[in-house]
Design a protein around this ligand. Sequence first.
Ligand SMILES: Cc1cc2nc3c(=O)[nH]c(=O)nc-3n(C[C@H](O)[C@H](O)[C@H](O)COP(=O)(O)OP(=O)(O)OC[C@H]3O[C@@H](n4cnc5c(N)ncnc54)[C@H](O)[C@@H]3O)c2cc1C
Length: 358
Amino acid sequence: MRFDFIVIGGGIVGLSAAAALSARGKTLLLERESQPCQHSSGRSAAIFVHSYGNEVVQALTAISARVFAAADHEMLGRKRGILVVARKGGDPGGPVPGRERISAEAAAALMPLLRPEMLSHAWLETDARDIDVHAMHMAYARTLKANAGTLLTDFDVRSAEWQGGLWHVSNGAQSMSAPVVINAAGAWAETVGALFGAAPKGIQPLRRSAALIDPPADSNLEDWPMVVDVEESVYFKPEAGKLMVSPADRTPSPPCDSWAEDMDIAIAIDRYQSLTGEEVRRVTHTWAGLRSFVDDESPLIGADAAVPGLFWLAALGGYGVQTAPAAGAIMAALASGTALPEGVTPELLRALDPARIT
Ligand SMILES: Cc1cc2nc3c(=O)[nH]c(=O)nc-3n(C[C@H](O)[C@H](O)[C@H](O)COP(=O)(O)OP(=O)(O)OC[C@H]3O[C@@H](n4cnc5c(N)ncnc54)[C@H](O)[C@@H]3O)c2cc1C
């Protein structure tokens, strides 16, 4: 089974890269689970925020915005907006391009659950949008199929051997070969890199938890913006007729099928209640996912400095859904030696280069 490119990891980032690569050569996407997007990519808040993350992440987000805009399917959903609220006596936050300072009363008019007496003011970013992660997943899978690419699920990559100018990756029963392999294994990227003999990059998965709660009766919640406090200690947003609430936790975790601890959910509910004055009567669902970072909180996108044919597409942090279109397109260009997407500067490539970590 010989391919031009093998992508390991069928999260949204691996799917994006595999779709882009499939236009450039015979591509195989390997996923351990029985379906793609079972881990971080299926557990996100699915929001697109231009100002989120550091400058490198914001540059990727800007490139993604162009790809989303050019796509002929609706991957970006409604314009939801985000309210960044400052508590009285707390961190006031500072001006950020694209954010407008509004009064506590104006914030409460947009999001009626907020208690204006708790707030000093808020920052409003109107062009934050919902992302339809399922539509992204389907669009990438369709492109892969249309370009005669292959998605193999239930394929757990356990070993890798470099022989005759090819990587031979195996699950113990079957072996697949290609000269170029993309490591898009999310929280497991360090483990997968080690199979290829790569030096560790210091990728740290951090758990983030969430709960769905019933909104107050007769709420017109679909029109509400997402709310986060300036300290990023709690956020909530409408989610399919419920409210998603998160304590914005960042708890170090080994790579695993993550789940929410009761204490983190209790903290989320307590912070939500104190901002809104609403009593939470019922939590209908809880979950957690892993957001993986390296020290500088910029993604790893590019060739390994020492291992031939190995590329990293990892450490997408809390921004991997909104940056997946850009990350996949950049990865495909680097791995195939073709033209980079518009807007990719040499500075951006240096900031993404895995070789920056020694
Ligand atoms: C609660 C929460 C809220 C978030 N909100 C947002 C948001 O609003 N906007 C945003 O942009 N981002 C958000 N994120 C971050 C985003 O979810 C991640 O950055 C993104 O999903 C990372 O995608 P990935 O493809 O790298 O990883 P994953 O989706 O985890 O995919 C990695 C895949 O690799 C597979 N794999 C691992 N090892 C192997 C192996 N040996 N062989 C085969 N397959 C393997 C795994 O099974 C997995 O499917 C959020 C995350 C969480 C947890």
